[in-house]
Ligand binder design. Structure first.
Ligand SMILES: [Fe+2]
Ligand SMILES: [Fe+2]
Length: 237
């Protein structure tokens, strides 16, 4: 159902470049979070996997950035606005406080993010037939995301064989809450822009006109005030 919209989002080469640059920055961010997660965990198997995962995300960032530069060598000005919603890319740990979470919660969160990324990247492959270069990159990265999705679930089952489903549900609720906050923030920004525009173009002009009239009536230069007011020390004027 989303594919016509996705087709539209990815149709323009300059916009494609902007989206890929945004993806590159998110992947690099995710890689840094995973290095911190590797430092924080006391589980040697997880440390190895997190470091490998971090290296994958760093590589994804490079692939996306290189492709974006090939699509728009002069750089791509502007923002990709609505496409940030329609093509969110990989959210990684999505500003999760890595040090404050348990290994179990981190794995649950990562599993959901990677699952979403694997699904989204697969859908981008479907609409990028006219750009085989970008399509091939999503195919390659998509395979890594499937690996990330699988190992996080396996490790979660190893750490908590009985309650791993509950951990995934909790992570799902947290992701929903974050999505709600993002949406509420975006709606707030739109309403803020509307209210400020109305104030600027409709409410303020009459005051500006009144002020201009008052300025015309004002006589130039100094004006004497009466003695009583001049001597009154309880007021400024
Ligand atoms: Fe990635
Ligand atoms: Fe990933």
């Amino acid at each position: 159902m989303m594919s016509p919209i996705q087709r539209l989002v990815w149709a323009d080469a300059a916009r494609r470049a902007r989206i890929l640059l945004r993806f590159a920055s998110v992947e690099a961010d995710g890689g840094r979070d995973l290095v911190r997660a590797a430092e924080a965990t006391s589980d040697p198997i997880l440390r190895t996997l997190f470091l490998r995962h971090a290296a994958d995300e760093a590589r994804h960032a490079t692939l996306f950035r290189t492709r974006a530069q090939a699509l728009a060598p002069a750089g791509s000005a502007g923002t990709d606005g609505a496409s940030a919603w329609l093509a969110p890319g990989e959210r990684g740990l999505d500003d999760v406080q890595v040090e404050a979470e348990t290994d179990r919660d981190l794995l649950a969160f990562l599993h959901l993010s990677e699952k979403a990324a694997a699904r989204d990247f697969r859908s981008y492959v479907g609409v990028l037939a006219r750009d085989p270069g970008t399509q091939a990159i999503f195919e390659t990265i998509g395979r890594d995301e499937v690996f990330h999705m699988t190992y996080t679930l396996k490790q979660l089952k190893r750490l908590d064989p009985k309650r791993h489903r509950w951990a995934i549900w909790r992570a799902r609720l947290k992701r929903l809450w974050r999505a709600y906050l993002r949406l509420a923030g975006a709606i707030g920004a739109v309403f803020g822009a509307i209210v400020l525009s109305v104030e600027y173009f409709i409410v303020l002009p009459p005051f500006a006109l009144l002020d201009r009239g008052a300025l015309r009536r004002e006589t130039p230069g100094w004006r004497p005030i009466d003695d009583a007011r001049a001597r009154d020390l309880s007021r400024q004027y």
